[in-house]
Write a protein that binds this ligand. Structure first.
Ligand code: BJ8
Length: 425
């Protein structure tokens, strides 16, 4: 971290010693996994900088925004509509959920067999090491899986500003009505928090900013369809992760710059990968920073990841929001339409997700799919069994993995991944 941010972290109530420890681990992991890669696009330098300042400069920017009267809203899920947040001149940030921290304390609040993502959110809170969570004026919890839903009841006692959003589980007209009710309620809550009335123009502006961010990511994804792949899956994942933290306009420009560079690489058939390298699609639970374990294992085992069917990936970014409405009701309807298409495994039944995995595996010319589930994540682990069967019936090779954030199973995972890659070569 280049600046001196100690006072800022102190003012946020962080535990400085624990936070230093976290930054050391994060920095080491980043060096070993990211900086050890060969032939990275130069544009990734921007993301290296963002990561080196993820608890520093970015937090300072958020604090400056707050000092100027703006509000910060933290979220754990892609169902929280950024368009509405931006329309009120507020900023949406993803909250820390990608690493184990203060696990002993966490298990005083949550059962042992809770998924790593939920435990991690609590670990960052109880360990006092997430400056995003501590700087947020509102924290949005969403009723998705049962684990999160019940965990928010407990989190409510640990933070002063939790807002819980209900979400449907059926893709039915009634389900959509529930989402509509909840998005209007959220709009009102954001208006109350910020003191800004969200009108049509404001909402359209919010849509434009978020759509541009999505379009840049779509452009990056489309370039990954090239053979050989022009960029590593690890670097593309990082861009998808930073999507949740960075200033959206700056992020869009930075991703587009990388895309310009990748287009040249494709023209010159340059890059770090050979045409013969097996191409992998990852599908399943989201991978938040610094959860890079499985992609790192895959890409140090002779394969390249070409797509992520994940909320930190194409499930989260794939559809744009229609921006043609002329009343606030019409524009809100467009926001609701867009988010109602997200095919999270909490929906039942959820056939769209299988279709999307097949579609992605063809579009990205994947040689195999790795289904990634976090241990104790019932929605994704349960759904992975019929998905595996359906993919096998279509002769798409599949490997099903369930793991957590610990490093204990690295050897075992590597053996399984290497065997799978050998099989699809
Ligand atoms: S829209 S995927 S971001 S809920 S891993 S906490 S499901 S037990 S994260 Fe998600 Fe929104 Fe859905 Fe996407 Fe529960 Fe599973 Fe844990 Fe999970």
């Amino acid at each position: 971290m280049s600046g001196d941010y100690k006072k800022m972290w102190e003012s946020l109530g962080l535990d400085l010693a624990a936070h230093d420890e976290l930054l050391d681990i994060l920095g080491k992991g980043y060096r070993d996994i990211y900086l050890a890669q060969k032939n990275r696009p130069q544009g990734m330098g921007y993301f290296d900088f963002v990561m080196s300042e993820v608890h520093g400069l970015r937090i300072k920017e958020l604090m400056d925004e707050k000092a100027a009267g703006k509000k910060i809203i933290g979220s754990f899920c892609v169902f929280v509509p950024e368009e509405i947040v931006l329309a009120a001149d507020a900023t949406l940030v993803g909250l820390c959920t990608g690493a184990d921290f203060a696990m002993e304390e966490v298990e005083n609040y949550l059962p042992r067999n809770t998924c790593a993502l939920i435990k991690s959110a609590f670990g960052f809170k109880l360990g006092k090491v997430c400056p995003y969570l501590e700087s947020a004026n509102m924290i949005v919890g969403e009723n998705t899986c049962d684990g999160k839903k019940k965990a928010y009841e407990t989190l409510n006692n640990l933070v002063p500003n939790l807002y819980v959003m209900d979400l449907p589980q059926f893709k039915s007209p009634e389900g959509k009505n529930l989402l509509k009710t909840e998005y209007w309620r959220f709009k009102n809550a954001v208006e109350e928090l910020t003191g800004v009335i969200i009108d049509t123009q404001r909402l359209l502006k919010g849509i434009e900013i978020v759509n541009n961010k999505r379009k840049a990511i779509h452009r990056l994804s489309a370039l990954r369809k090239a053979v050989p792949a022009p960029v590593s899956g690890l670097d593309a994942l990082l861009a998808n992760q930073v999507f949740f933290y960075d200033n959206p306009v700056r992020f869009t420009g930075s991703v587009n710059k990388i895309c310009d560079e990748l287009e040249k690489r494709i023209q010159n058939r340059a890059g770090a990968f050979s045409e013969k390298m097996p191409r992998i699609l990852i599908s399943g639970c989201p991978m938040a920073v610094p959860n890079w374990k499985l992609p790192w294992i895959i890409e140090t085992s002779g394969a390249v990841i070409v797509g992520e069917e994940s909320c930190v990936g194409e499930r989260g970014t794939r559809n744009l929001t229609n921006n043609t409405g002329s009343t606030v009701e019409e524009v809100m309807e467009a926001v609701i339409d867009r988010y109602f298409k997200i095919d999270c495994a909490i929906f039942t039944p959820n056939p769209d997700r299988l279709d999307h995995i097949v579609e992605m595996s063809e579009a990205y010319k994947a040689d195999g799919v790795i289904l990634y589930g976090l241990q104790f994540c019932q929605p994704y682990l349960m759904e992975s069994m019929p998905v595996e069967k359906a993919l096998e019936e279509k002769n798409i090779p599949v490997l099903r993995i369930d793991t957590d954030y610990s490093m204990e199973d690295i050897g075992q995972l590597k053996t399984r991944v290497e065997a799978f890659i050998e099989l699809i070569k």
